[in-house]
Design a protein around this ligand. Structure first.
Ligand SMILES: NC(=O)c1ccc[n+]([C@@H]2O[C@H](COP(=O)([O-])OP(=O)(O)OC[C@H]3O[C@@H](n4cnc5c(N)ncnc54)[C@H](OP(=O)(O)O)[C@@H]3O)[C@@H](O)[C@H]2O)c1
Length: 319
């Protein structure tokens, strides 16, 4: 396996929130990967036809099927040596079957389960964090059952592009409201290691270019590591104005988080993740950027991230 190079890449969930950046980055990588295929549902093939047509012009092949059908998945795996999953939270459990089918295929040799987020094995509290449970089950399955296929997890921390947006109904957990020049910060927050969404795609491509350095690793990649107060200072610098700041103590966030879970609120996961990030859950002695060849100047900066956010964020046409 030491000399393995991905030839035929199959992306699953590749039109989703982060999947679109991953698919787009893989397709635009230079030199090109020889074969890139998207496995997608009939609904997405219909509703995102324009996006798919744009990518097809860049060489993407599209296979339409049902992710929960063994026959459809096995047929897709028969033509793939590398599978990149970017399935959403609601579909993460399905990856146990996908990994079993990959292992049974004679073809798939490398699998990226859908992670692209918080380090789920960061400290002794990680095993109990509710949003981590399915991803932890996937890692357990890999340790216990996957012998032939190599696995890589790309751990990115929060997407800066999303972190700067306040969660409706959970504004106190953090975010920037540009129209009103209002910032919500968690008091006493540690620095946070961010990836921009484009850099998530870049990191997956970098991992694909460095197979032996990536095999059987959780790669921690980061665009920049800054305190939320420094993000605020950058917003103020770029807008030339003082922003009004609401700072909520970490203790209050923990209480709101507990209440949100008790009520079954859809913002509960958001509270937990933002609390973990404020507690230092994205800080490492060293990240793995260099392990996959990402050097100084390769990743986007805080300045770029804030400029994009102030400009209304990325547009679908760019992806
Ligand atoms: N770090 C962060 O800040 C952050 C933020 C958001 C997400 N994430 C992580 O990124 C990964 C991808 O999440 P996402 O939000 O990008 O995903 P998403 O947009 O919710 O879904 C991605 C794709 O998965 C498929 N899918 C979704 N739900 C499904 C279901 N119930 N059954 C079958 N297929 C389903 C669909 O693909 P098709 O229709 O093409 O089959 C969909 O386009 C997750 O691991 C998530 O935890 C991290």
């Amino acid at each position: 396996m030491a000399d393995f190079t991905p030839f035929s890449i199959l992306v699953i969930g590749g039109t989703g929130t982060i999947g679109q950046f991953i698919t787009s980055s893989i397709l635009r990588a230079q030199p090109h990967f020889p074969s890139v295929t998207l496995f997608t549902s009939p609904t997405t093939a219909r509703t995102k036809a324009a996006q798919l047509a744009k990518w097809q012009a860049l060489g993407l092949k599209v296979k339409v099927g049902d992710i929960s059908s063994e026959r459809d998945v096995a047929a897709a795996f028969a033509d793939a040596d590398t599978v990149v999953s970017a399935l959403g939270r609601g579909a993460l459990q399905l990856q146990l079957d996908l990994l079993r089918l990959a292992e049974a295929s004679g073809t798939v040799r490398w699998f990226f389960p859908s992670e692209y987020g918080t380090d789920i094995e960061h400290n002794d509290r990680s095993p109990d964090e509710r949003p981590h449970q399915v991803k932890l089950a996937v890692r357990r399955y890999v340790r216990e059952e996957v012998k032939r296929v190599r696995v890589t997890y790309v751990v990115t921390g929060p997407y800066f592009d999303m972190w700067v947006g306040a969660l409706p109904g959970a504004e106190l957990a953090g975010g920037f409201v540009t129209e009103k020049k209002e910032a919500y910060l968690i008091g006493g927050s540690e620095k946070v290691g961010f990836c921009t969404m484009w850099d998530v795609g870049k990191a997956v491509v970098a991992a694909l270019r460095h197979p032996s350095a990536s095999f059987n690793k959780a790669l921690k990649v980061q665009s920049f590591v800054v305190a939320p107060a420094v993000v605020l200072a950058e917003y103020e610098r770029q807008t030339g104005a003082k922003w009004s700041v609401t700072e909520t103590p970490l203790e209050t966030i923990r209480k709101l988080e507990t209440e949100a879970w008790a009520e079954g609120s859809p913002v509960a996961t958001g509270f937990t993740l933002r609390r973990i990030w404020a507690e230092g859950g994205t800080l490492y002695e060293e990240n793995d950027n260099a392990v996959i060849g990402l050097g100084e100047g390769d990743m986007e900066t805080l300045e770029t991230g804030v400029r994009r956010a102030l400009g209304g964020g990325w547009t679908e046409e760019e992806v």
